[in-house]
Design a protein around this ligand. Structure first.
Ligand SMILES: Cc1ncc(COP(=O)(O)O)c(C=O)c1O
Length: 411
């Protein structure tokens, strides 16, 4: 036995992570990147990040912060200046009045979610999560000792939670409901009329808190009016955590800044978690996020218009493929298409496609296009395309997908 084998045999992960793995999205991305390194012309439609660069005034603000010596620990859950800018952002864009004490800043919205779950869940506490959903929700809840309760929301209901399904999922152990609009992976967004009956259900269950993930707020398309529950229902604001961040809106995924507004006791408890993990978000990234939130905002609408053109291109191309149907998403930069018409089909190599995982694996091999199967997000048979890539690449990828599907022999 080599020393490496001995270590592998001796290593025992904690129960809390033993059954969790690295996200399927990252695994697919790694496989596609390895194929690219081997010289294959793979187009990756898997990544959940904008393809444009962080705005130059934001980079400039970071450089200036470094030059001023802002390179030390900051206040635990955000600098006073950034918190004030977030208060102003919530007021300006969402009509929400939070005080500075009701704001938290962390290393990405993911850490905000993690802090919230670690701060509130006891073993066995349940968190209602409409699926399909962003894969991290389930595992964050599990790591925190909670029990994720999936509520399936299929394409026929626009991938949105219904008030009846919400009512039926609530038990005495429910601590949280998590809602994400516009959604990763479906792009579906809750309008005021969609939220209203859900908020009415929550009014009747005072022990249940609501976490809303507004990460894709600024990527909404024509005719859709973004809104957020804490603004819609002031009686619930005291048990809503409104999560947002700069990653998607300002193309700042690598800077790692997310934030939230919520009731002070929750925000304080979350700070306790953060104090023993990262101590504070990066000082330089906070200066950058401050510039993003207080600087010119016209780029947001320009980017959304760009994404809308790509959405239209992708949806039209997908719906033109026999066996695939794709709903028109209201926001985010994802399509979540139904491939049930191709399940059971036979490939030219003689294999039968029985699941969306097999469909995506086959397309990666034959069409050299990487996409994520719906199974990774909790709903099959679907697949997600991230269209945060150039129109030229999207056209090429869709032509390849269409040509590959044309070679399938129907069931
Ligand atoms: C719905 C949703 N929420 C939160 C995040 C996390 O964003 P951040 O980069 O701020 O951690 C993502 C990232 O993919 C996301 O899709």
């Amino acid at each position: 036995m080599t020393l490496q084998d001995q270590t592998a045999a001796a290593f025992r992960p904690a129960d809390r992570i033993a059954r969790l793995g690295v996200s399927e999205i990252l695994q697919i991305g790694a496989k596609a990147a390895a194929m690219q390194r081997a010289g294959r012309p793979v187009i990756i439609l898997g990544a959940g990040e904008p393809d444009f660069d962080t705005p130059s005034h934001v980079k400039q603000a970071a450089a200036e912060a470094m030059a001023r010596g802002e390179t030390k620990y900051t206040a635990l859950d955000g600098t006073p200046a950034l918190k004030a800018a977030i208060v102003e952002k919530f007021r300006r864009e969402n009509g929400l009045d939070y005080t500075v004490a009701e704001i938290t800043v962390a290393a990405g919205a993911k850490q905000v979610l993690y802090n919230a779950m670690m701060a509130t869940l006891d073993p066995g506490d349940e968190v209602i999560i409409p699926t399909p959903c962003w894969t991290s929700y389930f595992d964050i809840v599990r790591i925190a000792g909670g029990v994720p309760v999936a509520v399936p929301c299929d394409g026929a209901q626009g991938f949105k939670l219904s008030p009846d399904a919400l009512s039926a999922a609530i038990t005495p152990k429910t601590r949280w409901v998590m809602l994400n609009s516009p959604s990763n992976p479906t792009g579906a967004a809750y309008a005021e009329a969609d939220y209203r009956p859900l908020l009415d259900v929550l009014l009747a269950h005072p022990q249940v808190w609501l976490l809303v993930d507004d990460m894709y707020e600024h990527i909404c398309y024509e005719g859709f009016r973004f809104t957020t529950p804490a603004a819609l229902e002031p009686r619930l604001k005291g048990r809503i955590l409104t999560v947002n961040g700069v990653s998607k809106a300002y193309a700042m995924t690598g800077w790692r800044i997310g934030y939230a507004g919520g009731p002070e006791p929750l925000i304080k408890a979350m700070a306790v978690v953060q104090s023993q993990s990262t101590s504070c978000p990066s000082s330089i990234s906070q200066a950058a996020a401050l510039a993003a939130l207080t600087g010119p905002q016209d780029l947001l609408a320009l980017r959304a218009a760009d994404f809308q053109r790509r959405r239209d291109l992708v949806v039209a191309a997908l719906n033109a493929i026999p066996g695939i149907t794709c709903r028109v998403p209201e926001g985010a930069f994802y399509t979540f298409a139904d491939c049930s018409g191709l399940i059971g089909a036979t490939t030219p190599e003689g294999a039968r496609i029985t699941t969306d995982r097999e469909f995506c694996a086959w397309l990666l091999e034959t069409a050299e296009v990487a996409m994520v199967p719906g199974a990774a997000f909790g709903l099959s048979p679907y697949f997600r395309i991230s269209y945060a890539t150039s129109e030229a690449e999207l056209r090429e990828a869709l032509a390849r997908i269409s040509a590959a599907c044309a070679r399938l022999r129907p069931a």
